[in-house]
Design a protein around this ligand. Structure first.
Ligand code: PYC
Length: 309
């Protein structure tokens, strides 16, 4: 299996160029469901240890339905098949440039939640124009063991998010373990109360704190479905955040902000009005290709399917 690894603001993406399962034809959302239900072993083998790494997201390239798209892609981590992935799309774009498949300018990529745009500024710098994002509910409170009442917004940015601002725990690198434990507890409390995000689960939780740089708008900690935290500021999470800021009248259309991740990597963010009342997010970040490899799965390797959770 031929793969190319990159990172976007520290968050790894593994693009799978060949050797993936046959997902048949039809809309990408259907093929993504097939990947999630019928191919969990494949996903775990490629994304998880020992061949993958904690926090890795895989980008499985597939034939798009829309012939104007450079490729179709389904993203997954060790916990779930994702609707979209912002850092993954920046990593995929840098990978396609590295391969000579695309050059500077605007291109389209098809994902299970719709077509997204990419603007290639240079070999590493990419702007993603995401699918229309929206806040579904504001000020939702849940009782969380050990934390008390936690209040946040439910928003869609390509995945389902619960966004808490301000964070009950200072958002900094020294608190990563405590932040992970707290966000996992919040997600469990939401699930126990049956709180979802339209058709998708709320499988990502974000806590916000003050920025650590003068240019920053805020610093975030993002819990992903696999219980790892996003090293980047999270593209789909930033899209959900833009929808909330726009709904609250806290960020004007076209105004740009700098979002910091918990490790200090950054995205530049802005939004414009979407066709159905949401926002069309614009996310600019940088990715770097790290490795090109062939993954081998010899039958005699007892861990060829990854390490079972
Ligand atoms: O950047 O959208 C994102 C993302 C989702 C999960 C990890 N990164």
């Amino acid at each position: 299996m031929h793969v190319i690894d990159s990172h976007t603001g520290g968050e790894p993406t593994r693009v799978i160029l060949d050797g993936g399962p046959d997902l048949g034809a039809g809309p990408l959302a259907e093929r993504a469901r097939r990947l999630a239900t019928d191919h969990r072993t494949f996903c775990r083998a490629v994304v998880g240890e020992p061949r993958g790494q904690v926090a890795m997201v895989c980008a499985l390239l597939i034939e798009p339905v829309d012939p104007d798209c450079v490729t179709g892609v389904i993203y997954f981590d060790a916990g779930a098949v994702l609707g979209m992935c912002g850092h993954g799309t920046i990593g995929l774009a840098a990978t396609l440039v590295h391969m000579g498949r695309i050059g500077p300018g605007r291109h389209r990529i098809e994902t299970p939640v719709g077509v997204v745009g990419i603007d290639i500024h240079d070999a590493n710098t990419v702007t993603v124009t995401n699918v229309e994002s929206r806040r579904l509910r504001a000020g939702v409170s849940v009782e969380v063991p050990g934390l008390g009442t936690i209040t946040g917004d439910i928003a869609f940015g390509g995945n389902g998010f619960f966004l808490v601002d301000p964070s009950p725990i200072p958002v900094n690198a020294a608190n990563i373990r405590a932040l992970a434990d707290a966000t996992i507890a919040v997600r469990a409390a939401l699930a126990a109360e049956g709180i979802g995000c339209g058709d998708c689960p709320v499988d990502h939780v974000i806590f916000y704190g003050p920025p650590e740089t003068p240019e920053g708008h805020s610093r975030n900690f993002v819990l992903c479905p696999d219980d790892a935290y996003d090293r980047s500021p999270c593209g789909t999470g930033s899209s959900a955040r833009l929808a909330c800021l726009a709904s609250d009248g806290k960020l004007a259309e076209g105004e740009e902000i700098l979002q910091e991740s918990v490790i200090g990597s950054t995205y530049r963010l802005s939004w414009r009005k979407g066709p159905t009342g949401g926002v069309i997010p614009s996310i600019t970040g940088q990715a770097f290709v790290m490795a090109e490899s062939r993954l081998l799965f010899p039958p005699e390797d007892p861990f060829r399917a990854g390490i079972a959770p």
